[in-house]
Write a protein that binds this ligand. Structure first.
Ligand code: GLY
Length: 375
């Protein structure tokens, strides 16, 4: 089977796009900004939308999208900034490790126009898994390569071996190990990781100090970025070090097409951060994009996905009661970032208030409040 190769110059031409939009309007689909949704340019991009920890990369690279850069190129450059940031414990360099103290990364990219994608999972010692995911898309006939194979593939393509576990994450990992149980041979209580080690460090865009790093809803450090170009092309990427202290080999939603990311040149783009298992179980990003295709606004699409997640968590709670509280509200975090071809976008959260990052013609890169389903 021959898979489509990405083309650099192809595009959804603007006339087709406007024709589709007119057709949607004739069918009664929603075309005006919805409650709480953010309206960008009247038609199309340039727009970037993603998780709050993408803001630094958006500040550096939004102008490239404005200047006509390909959306996937720009989205990848955006997330690489945080992957390489040692002060961000979410992803890549300095990321929180698995239960063995090893930083294991997952990432995927998708190009909306060619509808092609690539992914890596459980890759170790490679600084930019999103670039390796792109190589999987462009240089192989596969969609995903995992573990040692992904590392070897990256090395063969010139990516250097990099130690990703840095001192703050190592100290937090040891603190977690020493406080997990009073029935093993490690002496409790552990000395807490000192304040000065964590100063200036963030996870998912929030200061580490004050976060519950050891509870059930612990960080799933992830960056998502979706991009829409002025001429209506979309691309997206999601990259993560995954659930802190995860079982080695655990793969979350980030590298799974349709769960942690999805885009289609005929509908829009979406991505997720938070509890990956929930995003996988609802095929969340694919579902959001399909709702855009059916005419929902980005906000309504995102909220509908979160309502499904809530229903699914309530059913699953019969076997796993900790998934919901006494009121039936999910106890975990999950956020979606949804971007329509008309430039409207939304950031939605299942439970916790917070922010997401966006940039469009109405204002450069900025943080906006998430719409919360269970506020
Ligand atoms: N959402 C990232 C993960 O669960 O691994």
């Amino acid at each position: 089977m021959t898979r489509l190769r990405p083309r650099s110059s192809g595009e959804l031409d603007r006339r087709s796009f406007l024709g589709l939009a007119a057709g949607a309007a004739a069918l009664g689909c929603q075309t005006s900004p919805a409650r709480g949704a953010t309206s960008a340019a009247a038609q199309g991009g340039p727009v970037l939308v993603g998780s709050a920890n993408a803001i630094a990369g958006m500040r550096l690279h939004y102008d490239e999208l404005v200047a006509g850069g390909a959306p996937l190129d720009v989205a990848i450059e955006v997330v690489k900034v945080t992957e390489a940031d040692p002060d961000d414990l979410s992803v890549g360099l300095g990321g929180l490790p698995n239960e063995d103290g090893v930083v294991q990364l997952d990432a995927a990219v998708m190009d909306g126009e060619t509808h092609n994608s690539g992914a890596v999972a459980c890759i170790e010692n490679i600084l930019h898994p999103c670039e390796v995911a792109r190589l999987v898309m462009e240089r192989t006939d596969h969609c995903m390569i995992v573990g040692r194979g992904a590392y070897d593939f990256a090395r063969a393509h010139g990516h250097p071996h990099t130690e990703l576990l840095l001192e703050p994450a190592r100290q937090l990992w040891m603190e977690w190990k020493e406080t997990m149980s009073d029935q093993d041979d490690r002496l409790p209580p552990a000395p807490k990781t000192p304040e000065h080690v964590l100063r200036g460090k963030t996870v998912d865009g929030k200061p580490v100090a004050g976060l519950d790093l050891f509870g059930a809803d612990r960080p799933t450090g992830t960056i998502h970025c979706s991009a829409l170009s002025t001429d209506g092309r979309v691309g997206c990427t999601t990259t993560t070090s995954g659930l802190a202290w995860k079982i080695p080999g655990r793969v979350g939603d980030s590298p799974i097409l349709g769960a942690g990311l999805y885009c289609d040149a005929e509908a829009g783009s979406a991505g997720a951060t938070g509890r990956g298992e929930a995003a996988i179980l609802c095929s969340g990003s694919h579902t959001a994009v399909e709702m855009l295709r059916a005419g929902k606004s980005p906000l309504d699409a995102g909220m509908e996905v979160l309502r499904r997640v809530t229903n699914q968590a309530r059913r699953a709670a019969r076997w796993q009661p900790s998934l919901v509280d006494a009121n039936g509200t999910p106890t975990f975090s999950l956020r979606f970032y949804v971007l329509g071809l008309d430039g409207r976008f939304a950031g939605v959260s299942l439970t916790a208030p917070g922010q997401y990052a966006a940039a469009d013609e109405n204002g450069g890169p900025r943080l906006l409040d998430l719409e919360v389903l269970h506020g």
